[in-house]
Ligand binder design. Structure first.
Ligand SMILES: NC(=O)c1ccc[n+]([C@@H]2O[C@H](COP(=O)([O-])OP(=O)(O)OC[C@H]3O[C@@H](n4cnc5c(N)ncnc54)[C@H](O)[C@@H]3O)[C@@H](O)[C@H]2O)c1
Length: 301
């Protein structure tokens, strides 16, 4: 299916977008029919099927978390309202810009005519990081690892959980805990490496993740559009309403999901041990605090 790509940025960035368009053309992408660049939300969101919201306000030196949230509420309230007004009601909205979960909640709350389930935020990069760390440890490829879970916020409180994950070693599928045989690593350094990976990339590259983030967005959107493979689940930040894991309602929280016919469903019935419970609740608490601040700003923004 040919694609039309619409790029929205702020006015001072329009000349930069010209360069992005040139690069897109030079990729000779087989499915790319047209690229439209604009600084107007009315043009950008018109009849959209998929919206990938990447642009956000980065944290500046000395900026408080609340200030950052406030600046982003402004952006995502405006983009949510524009989606409500101009996009198709079936639009799938993927929020990437940080704080991604709460920005996604803000956009959804600002687009009441679009189902809440159509909004998701990107935790696939964290999911891919977790897969890769296990693969590296066992000397297999990331493709041999499945069903890792990222619970909660796309922040350092996220909980990368491999209790239910499987890995193919020498042609045989086994549990990750069984294969790794090092519980203290799985419950310690593995978790912190994944939680801190974004910061580690910035430290090394002096720039934030770009290639891996783009790949994660592709994985996320492809799975929304074409579904998840049989027997596999993926992590996505989605509205928590109706979950069976005791996570408070109305939070944009990352869960394990399966997707079919462009509709996601929670993976149900995974047993949760005390170690996981504590970490899942901690990241939920952070999201509740972010939500409280965002809701306060939504009414005043
Ligand atoms: N969820 C994830 O896994 C994940 C991964 C990578 C990056 N991120 C986040 O994604 C965001 C973008 O990262 P980046 O490295 O591409 O940043 P970037 O600064 O290179 O690009 C952001 C772009 O957004 C534009 N922008 C700012 N305000 C806008 C607005 N109101 N409307 C439209 N465009 C606007 C900027 O002009 C800029 O071109 C950041 O918040 C980053 O932290 C999230």
């Amino acid at each position: 299916m040919p694609l039309v790509l619409v790029l929205l940025d702020i006015t001072p960035m329009m000349t930069v977008l010209d360069g992005v368009i040139m690069e897109l053309q030079d990729c000779a992408l087989p499915l790319l029919k047209e690229v439209i660049a604009t600084d107007k939300e009315a043009v950008a969101f018109k009849d959209l099927d998929v919206a990938i919201l990447v642009g956000s306000m980065p944290r500046k030196e000395g900026m408080e978390r609340k200030e950052l949230l406030k600046a982003n509420v402004k952006i995502f309230k405006s983009q949510g309202a524009a989606l409500d007004k101009y996009a198709k009601k079936t639009v799938k909205v993927v929020v990437v810009g940080n704080p991604a979960n709460t920005n996604c909640l803000t956009a959804s709350k600002s687009a009441p005519s679009i189902p809440k389930e159509n909004f998701s935020c990107l935790t696939r990069l964290d999911h891919n990081r977790a897969k890769s760390q296990i693969a590296l440890r066992l000397g297999v490829t990331a493709n041999d690892v499945k069903n890792v879970i990222i619970w909660g916020n796309h922040s350092s409180t996220q909980y990368p959980d491999v209790t239910h994950a499987k890995v193919k070693v020498q042609g045989k599928e086994v549990g990750v805990y069984e294969a790794v045989k090092d519980d203290s690593w799985l419950k310690g350094d593995f978790i912190t490496v994944v939680q801190q990976r974004g910061a580690s990339v910035i430290k090394a590259r002096k720039l934030s993740s770009a290639m891996s983030a783009a790949k994660a967005i592709c994985d996320h959107v492809r799975d929304i559009w074409f579904g998840t493979p049989e027997g596999e689940f993926v992590s996505m930040g989605v509205i928590s309403d109706g979950n069976s894991y005791g996570i408070p309602e109305e939070l944009l929280y990352s869960f394990p999901v399966v997707i079919k016919d462009k509709t996601w469903k929670f993976v149900e019935g995974l047993p949760i041990n005390d170690f996981s419970r504590e970490k899942m609740d901690l990241t939920a608490k952070e999201l509740m605090e972010e939500k409280e601040t965002a809701v306060e700003f939504i009414s005043s923004a």
